[in-house]
Write a protein that binds this ligand. Structure first.
Ligand code: NAD
Ligand code: LYC
Length: 619
């Protein structure tokens, strides 16, 4: 159980009762004097924070609100944090009722609204964006999930986030990140100090740095990443819409035959196989594994080559760009664009059931029912919930379609994340620190729970996200919900603190003094992700349960239930913000075609989709 330690601030005798062991420790080890309104700047954790921004002084916060210092679940539960939305009308049949305001759901909604459709987005929580939302605490703006954004460039066709925003007349100021990731990897005979690699924005600089670390694999490095460019350049020449719509596909084949054939040839292939064609050094192959694992949560042999092409090249082409104001600005702007076009979003709208008429092949989704009993009717229902939530909870009253049983054989839930959001004194960061880091101490435990550490410091790119004199350090690591079950409330709180303390210590390998420099901390577990993101087991998304055929097994947006579509990371091409934006483009396009609002060639459409359904239902 967390010890409630009656530590007294040296100058506030008796007034500060701090529950956080960490804070207590800091108070005990400081020569700080709290003067009631302002702290003296002579300790190793307060510094300019205390002097220049008394409001952010943790001592004062803790005195005023002892609970502010308690480590607790992340994300706001305060109803005043609810984003503005009025109750959406229910006496109306919408073109689409969209369950969830993740980026997949919002992209579908805005793409449809931009074409004149009337939609409603029903969000259970109080902010938009799901795992790509952000929340505010004590002067900090914390990104709920990762702060690393692809797809925000200005050229080509793969700048999907830029395009989604511009479809509803919005744009975002972004800050270019000079590196994608700074890797801190295990030591070996060849790299006794540890393998240290930075993925520079400029492709040639990255390839040169990696080749210097593996001079005997210079050719292999060039050829492997070169093949990724073949995939990316093909993607980046196509207009990206629904792969379930043959008229569009034929048009793209006619305009860009080589690009389409290239992509078709890569659909069944995995990154590990391509890497092994060119690279023999086991340490370099482990590097390719972590290059995949850190966004797909599986090793290279289970990561589709098309996705690797996208990630390994867009970081150099459009670059990694941080949205000024925080990742949640993307969702906030999409919501603005949606509302400006006369469509609706309602928060605290918990969808309990998808309403279905008919049986078997005649099943048709016609609306949804909220927990408060209200019914929203729609010509289409689009679920941005995971497939597990959609078919096992929202459709629990219906028989599971065969295609969904097959999906469950091919894919399983990935782990969730343990997430530590901290505010730290700015001077703990050595000059030249990069924004995103991956730490692996031992290749053998890279995939174990809490084995790989992810660190993001978004305030290096946008300092307005935290109070003056501080930075945000977000530490996260894959973990399973089972590790957090069957704990009493005090056990749960204590475990969160212990695990967070241990992870922060490990990050000290490259940020010495981090523990002492921490002035704010909140910890989220897989349970937090399950509760606030409404994702089964808090999962980050589907991962193949056996060696996949590239992306061929991943379902598109239509489902076996007529009028019901899925969008988000449970659909092609999987996890990632720009991936779910693609899924949203495809979903909106397919729904609009099905509703006669975009042109199709009826016979061809029918034939092609029967073929896709046959493939999807194939055991
Ligand atoms: N850097 C990055 O690339 C980055 C950063 C953050 C997130 N992501 C990605 O975003 C992906 C997830 O996006 P997504 O679009 O699939 O969705 P999501 O899981 O982020 O959002 C789904 C939303 O639906 C809501 N919801 C679920 N069930 C509901 C119900 N019954 N009633 C009402 N609302 C409900 C949830 O509250 C949530 O807001 C992840 O795969 C992750 O990779 C990536
Ligand atoms: C017939 C048919 C069907 C076909 C034919 C052929 C063709 C035309 C084809 C086409 C195809 C296509 C178009 C495809 C597309 C694809 C795509 C768009 C993809 C995308 C992808 C993306 C991705 C994957 C992304 C991802 C990302 C991520 C996940 C991220 C994450 C991050 C994180 C986690 C963070 C990290 C951190 C640190 C390091 C700190």
């Amino acid at each position: 159980m967390v010890q409630s330690v009656a530590t007294q601030c040296p100058a506030c005798a008796g007034r500060a009762q701090h529950q956080s062991r960490q804070l207590t420790h800091r108070l005990a080890s400081t020569s700080n004097r709290c003067q009631g309104t302002q702290c003296v700047q002579n300790n190793h954790w307060g510094k300019s924070v205390c002097k220049s921004r008394p409001r952010t002084c943790i001592v004062l916060q803790a005195i005023a609100q002892p609970e502010a210092a308690v480590v607790r679940e992340t994300l706001p539960v305060d109803p005043s944090a609810v984003h503005p939305s009025s109750r959406a009308p229910t006496d109306f049949e919408y073109d689409a009722v969209i369950i969830g305001s993740g980026i997949g759901g919002l992209t579908t909604a805005t793409q449809m609204a931009a074409k004149g459709a009337k939609v409603v987005v029903l969000e259970k929580y109080v902010i938009p964006g799901g795992s790509a939302g952000h929340y505010h605490r004590e002067g900090y703006t914390f990104d709920v999930g990762s702060s690393m954004m692809f797809g925000m460039g200005h050229e080509g066709t793969t700048n999907l986030i830029t395009r989604a925003l511009s479809a509803v007349g919005k744009s975002l100021d972004t800050v270019p990140d000079p590196t994608q990731i700074h890797y801190h990897l295990p030591h070996s005979e060849a790299h006794p100090e540890g393998l240290d690699v930075k993925v520079w924005r400029k492709y040639e600089d990255f390839v040169e740095e990696l080749s210097e670390r593996f001079p005997h694999e210079r050719e292999g490095v060039k050829k492997f990443y070169g093949e990724c460019w073949a995939v990316f350049n093909s993607l980046n020449s196509l207009e990206l819409k629904s792969l379930e719509e043959p008229r569009y596909l034929l048009g793209e084949f006619a305009k860009h035959p080589i690009a389409c054939l290239t992509l078709a040839s890569y659909l069944p292939s995995n990154t590990g196989d391509v890497a092994r064609k060119y690279i023999k050094d086991p340490e370099l192959l482990s590097f390719i594994d972590i290059e995949c694992y850190c966004w797909s949560t599986v090793l290279a042999e289970h990561t589709p080559m098309i996705n690797a092409g996208m990630v390994f090249c867009d970081r150099h082409y459009g670059g990694i760009n941080y949205p000024r104001g925080g990742v949640g600005r993307i969702a906030e702007l999409l919501v603005e664009g949606l509302q400006e076009r006369g469509s609706h979003i309602e928060y605290k709208a918990n969808v309990k059931d998808i309403i279905v008429k008919g049986k078997g092949e005649q099943q048709q989704a016609v609306g949804v029912r909220l927990a408060d009993g209200r019914v929203f009717r729609g010509k289409a229902v689009v679920s941005n919930a995971t497939r597990w939530d959609t078919f096992e909870k929202l459709l629990a009253h219906e028989e599971m379609p065969k295609s969904e049983s097959l999906f469950r054989k091919r894919y399983k839930k990935s782990p969730s994340f343990l997430s530590i959001h901290t505010g730290v004194c700015a001077d703990v960061l050595p000059p030249g620190t990069q924004c995103h880091h991956i730490i692996v101490e031992d290749w053998q435990t890279m995939e174990s729970p809490l084995g790989t550490l992810f660190v993001s410091i978004p305030t290096l790119l946008d300092p307005t996200l935290s109070p003056d004199g501080t930075h945000i350090v977000h530490i996260f690591s894959p973990d399973w919900i089972d590790n957090w079950k069957s704990l009493s409330a005090p056990q749960y709180e204590r475990k969160k603190e212990e695990v967070a303390d241990a992870l922060v210590k490990r990050v000290e390998a490259f940020l010495p003094g981090l523990t002492e420099a921490t002035v704010f901390r909140e910890v989220g577990t897989p349970r937090t992700h399950r509760r606030f993101l409404n994702r089964d087991d808090g999962s980050y998304g589907p991962i193949p349960s056996r060696r996949p055929l590239g992306m061929l097994g991943m379902p598109f947006n239509r489902t076996s239930v007529q009028g019901l579509y899925c969008v988000g990371d449970s659909t092609f091409p999987g996890q990632g913000v720009n991936a779910v934006v693609f899924s949203g483009f495809g979903c909106a396009h397919r729904v609009l075609c099905d509703q006669g609002k975009q042109a199709v060639i009826p016979l061809l459409d029918q034939g092609y989709n029967s073929l896709l359904a046959a493939v999807r239902d194939r055991s």
